[in-house]
Design a protein around this ligand. Structure first.
Ligand code: GUN
Length: 286
């Protein structure tokens, strides 16, 4: 079993971005983070994203907004950022409080500043295989991890468990693309999928992205499969409160050929891809 080390690959990507940002003349790339309410995990993620921006020389600002903000006020805030020349990327941390429509909010972001790649225009381009849009950060980070380890996707069966708009759906679109080193056969499984265990076991590559701690057990994994764990769950264990993935790492690492650890696998790659998308946005705008 080999580990797919997201910490070291993400660092390599950030070091490269830092060099490229240092060569820029004039203003630096900029990103705004909108953080609505008190969701503790969202606060942690945005704090980490801001720190990584600073390290590579990307200007960032966090707009903490009250949980009571109306959709109209939030959209007006986004529209102001759409016009701000120092801002290349706008990220609205999800999940949003339930009185806000994620669709309405995401659609108000200028697609050219949508570094998350969640706007329907960017999602549409991804689905159609058109170049020039932003690709969501977690799917892109997973692709980079597979590329770095020279894991071929062509003709392979990729089983993705979890159909979220943030991971499952865009990852399926990315890996199925008719393109060299993609061309995978993708199955998107979810909470209504029948006989999940045997479906998972048919995957040459298994991606767990449903947010259920330790759901994927050894018997659900094909021997020598590649296992990608997108889960970040807090769980009380014998060692106290720990971060665990959607994969039971202790068991599954006995059968997998490659596996991502949690933490230290997909998470750091997501942030590295956000920085990369922000620099790409800057280069398109300026
Ligand atoms: N919540 C969980 N992952 C993400 C992400 O990649 N972007 C945003 N905006 N919210 C998230």
């Amino acid at each position: 079993m080999k580990l797919l080390d997201g910490i070291s690959l993400a660092k390599k990507i950030r070091d490269d971005l830092k060099k490229r940002v240092a060569l820029l003349k004039g203003r630096k790339p900029g990103i705004a983070f909108l953080l609505i309410g008190e969701h503790p995990a969202s606060h942690t993620y945005v704090t980490m994203k801001k720190k990584r921006c600073e390290e590579v020389g990307i200007f960032s600002k966090v707009l903490p907004l009250p949980v009571s903000i109306s959709e109209k006020e939030l959209i007006q805030t986004i529209e102001r950022l759409n016009q701000e020349e120092t801002i290349d990327g706008i990220l609205v941390q999800q999940p949003l409080p339930s009185h806000l429509s994620t669709a309405h909010v995401v659609e108000s972001i200028d697609p050219n500043k949508d570094v998350d790649g969640f706007h329907p225009l960017n999602m549409g381009k991804l689905l159609l295989g058109e170049e020039g849009g932003f690709v969501p950060c977690t799917p892109l980070g997973i692709l980079k991890l597979l590329e770095e380890a020279k894991i071929e996707l062509q003709g392979k069966h990729v089983v993705i468990v979890g159909r979220s708009n943030i991971v499952g759906k865009p990852l399926a679109a990315l890996l199925v693309q008719k393109k060299a080193h993609r061309n995978a056969t993708v199955t998107l499984a979810h909470s209504y999928t029948k006989d999940l265990a045997s479906l998972c076991r048919s995957g040459d590559i298994l991606v767990a992205a449903m947010g259920k701690p330790l759901l994927i057990k050894k018997e659900m994994v094909k021997p020598h499969a590649v296992v990608i764990d997108v889960g970040i769950n807090k769980m009380e264990t014998q060692k106290g409160l720990q971060i665990v993935g959607d994969v039971d790492f202790a068991q599954v690492s006995e059968v997998a050929s490659y596996i991502t650890p949690v933490p230290g696998g997909v998470g750091p790659m997501t942030i590295a891809m956000l920085l990369s998308n922000t620099l790409a946005s800057y280069q398109k705008i300026s």
